[in-house]
Design a protein around this ligand. Structure first.
Ligand code: PMP
Length: 445
C-alpha cells in the first residue's frame, strides 16, 4: 500500500507516468485520453514545449522571491496580460496557488473594501445552492454543495447564505418562460437581501457556468444582468467564480463576456496555468481598488507563495500559446462538434435527461426516466461506474454523483484540451458513449 493520502485510503489509483498532447500514460503503458483535462484544468494538453521552456527559463533565473520584499517580472507580465487592457473595468490581478485560495482572497478583499469605504456593517455574502467554490473553510462556506458541506457544517461560517441556482432543466416551473423564471430568481435574491438587511450584504457569489456540482449548467439569458441589478440596487458586489468555466473553456477568455455583465471581482484558476503549475487568482475592478486606495492602500491578506515566479511564468506561456495558436477558435469549432456528436449519441437516450454546456465544457445528466427526470439511487454509484468503464476504454472523464439533497442526478463532464482535433473529439464521444451504456447496463442489471 502507498503511504500517500489518496482520495481513497483503501485503493491506490493508477500511476500516471507521462503526458503528451491530449494523452496520459499509466505505469502499465496504457494510453488514456484526458477527456476532461483532469477537472477542466489541462487546457493545452500535456507536455507543451513552450510552457516547459518558459518554466525552465524562469527556474534558471529566479525560482522565488518573497512578495513582502519584491515583485518579479513573470508576475508583472501575467497581470499585464490579464488586466492590462482592463477587460470589463478589471484593472488589478492578485495571484495565488489554487481556486480555493482565489475564493478566499475574493471574500476577504470584498469585506476589506467595505471596511475601507466606511461600510463596516456589511458582513454577509449570498451565494447559491449546488455550487462549488473550493474546499478551504471560507470557500466551503460559500459553496452550496450539500454533500461536501455536511461533514464540516459545524465549522462553516454563518456569514454565507444561499439562494437557488439558475437550473432550468429541473427548477423551471410548469409553463414558466425564460423571463418569468429569471424574474422569480431575481425576486428570490431580492428577498434574501431584505431578510438579511440590504446594507449588511457584501456581495453575491456565483459560478458563471456551474461546474462540478451541477455539470456545466449555464444561466438563462438575462439571468446575470437581473442578479447584478439586485446587487447594484443595494450597493453590493458581484463576485463571479470562473475557476472551472473561465480562461477560454467556454469559448471566450472570460465567460462573463457572454452574459452581459462585468464582475466586481472574478476568480480564476485551472485554465490559467493549464496544470503546468499550481496557480489561481482574482481579477479586481478598478472601483474596488480605488476604495482600498482611499483607505489603507493595502490588501490585508497574503500567502508565502502568492505571485510565485515559476507559476506566473507558466501561466504567461499558457496564455500566450492560447493567443498565438488562436485556440479559442478551436474551442468554439470543436465545442460545436462535441455538442453535435453528444446530441446524436444521447439525444434520444432514455437515461440521459439533459445535454448541456458551452465551448469545450459539456455534461450529460443521468435519469432513470426522461419524463419524470428521477435521478438514479446515489447508492448505485453510477458516476463511479461511468468513470471506471470510461477508463477501461482509454478515456478519462469527470463524473459526479447525485447530491445529498436529491436535487439532481449523477452527471459526467467532458472538457477536452483546447488543442483537440475533430478526430479526437469523435473518439472521445465514441468511448464515452460505450462507457455510459456499459455503466447503465451494470446498474440496471
Ligand atoms: N471554484 C470552482 C468553480 C471550482 O470548480 C473549483 C475546483 N473544482 C474551485 C473553486 C476550487 O479550486 P481548487 O481545487 O484549485 O482549490
Amino acid at each position: 500500500m502507498s503511504h500517500l493520502v489518496h482520495r481513497s485510503l483503501r485503493a491506490d489509483p493508477p500511476l500516471a507516468v507521462r503526458g503528451e498532447g491530449i494523452y496520459l500514460y499509466d505505469q502499465a503503458g496504457r494510453e488514456i485520453i484526458d477527456g476532461s483535462g483532469g477537472a477542466a484544468v489541462a487546457c493545452l494538453g500535456h507536455g507543451h514545449p513552450r510552457v516547459i521552456e518558459a518554466i525552465k527559463a524562469q527556474l534558471d533565473t529566479l525560482a522565488y522571491a518573497h512578495t513582502a520584499l519584491f515583485s518579479c517580472e513573470s508576475a508583472e507580465q501575467l497581470a499585464d496580460i490579464m488586466v492590462g487592457h482592463a477587460p470589463g473595468g478589471l484593472t488589478h490581478a492578485y495571484f495565488c496557488s489554487s481556486g480555493s485560495e482565489g475564493n478566499e482572497a475574493a471574500i476577504k478583499l470584498a469585506r476589506q473594501y467595505f471596511l475601507e469605504i466606511g461600510q463596516p456593517q456589511r458582513v454577509r455574502f449570498i451565494a447559491r445552492r449546488q455550487s462549488y467554490h473550493g474546499n478551504t473553510l471560507g470557500a466551503l462556506s460559500a459553496g452550496g454543495n450539500a454533500m461536501r458541506r455536511a461533514p464540516y457544517a459545524p465549522l462553516l461560517s454563518p456569514a454565507f447564505s444561499h439562494v437557488s441556482p439558475c437550473y432550468a432543466y429541473r427548477d423551471r416551473e410548469g409553463e414558466e418562460s425564460d423571463a418569468q423564471y429569471v424574474a422569480r430568481l431575481a425576486a428570490e435574491l431580492e428577498a434574501e437581501f431584505q431578510r438579511l438587511g440590504p446594507d449588511t450584504v457584501i456581495g453575491f457569489m456565483a459560478e458563471t457556468v456551474v461546474g462540478a456540482t451541477l455539470g456545466c449548467v449555464a444561466a438563462l439569458p438575462g439571468y446575470f444582468p437581473a442578479m447584478k441589478a439586485v446587487c447594484d440596487r443595494h450597493g453590493a458586489l458581484l463576485i463571479l467564480d470562473e475557476v472551472m468555466s473561465g480562461m477560454g473553456r467556454c469559448g471566450t477568455l472570460h465567460t462573463w463576456e457572454q452574459e452581459g455583465v462585468t464582475p466586481d471581482i472574478q476568480i480564476v484558476a485551472k485554465g490559467l496555468g493549464g496544470g503546468y503549475q499550481p496557480i489561481g487568482g482574482i481579477l479586481v475592478h478598478g472601483r474596488v481598488i480605488e476604495g482600498l486606495n482611499g483607505g489603507s492602500g493595502a490588501f490585508m491578506h497574503g500567502h508565502t507563495y502568492q505571485a510565485h515566479p515559476v507559476a506566473c511564468a507558466a501561466a504567461v506561456a499558457v496564455q500566450q500559446v492560447i493567443r498565438d495558436e488562436k485556440l479559442l477558435d478551436n474551442v468554439k469549432a470543436q465545442g460545436a462538434l462535441l455538442e453535435q456528436r453528444l446530441v446524436e449519441r444521447f439525444g434520444n437516450h432514455r437515461n440521459i435527461g439533459d445535454i448541456r454546456g458551452r465551448g469545450l465544457f459539456w455534461a450529460v445528466e443521468f435519469v432513470t426516466d426522461r419524463a419524470s427526470k428521477a435521478p438514479f439511487d446515489p447508492g448505485l454509484k453510477l458516476n463511479e461506474r461511468v468513470k471506471q468503464e470510461a477508463f477501461a476504454r482509454g478515456l478519462a472523464c469527470y463524473p459526479m454523483g447525485g447530491t445529498l439533497d436529491g436535487r439532481r442526478g449523477d452527471h459526467a463532464i467532458l472538457a477536452p484540451p483546447y488543442i483537440a482535433t475533430p478526430g479526437q473529439i469523435e473518439t472521445i464521444v465514441d468511448r464515452f458513449g460505450a462507457a455510459v451504456d456499459a455503466a447503465l447496463a451494470s446498474v440496471q442489471a
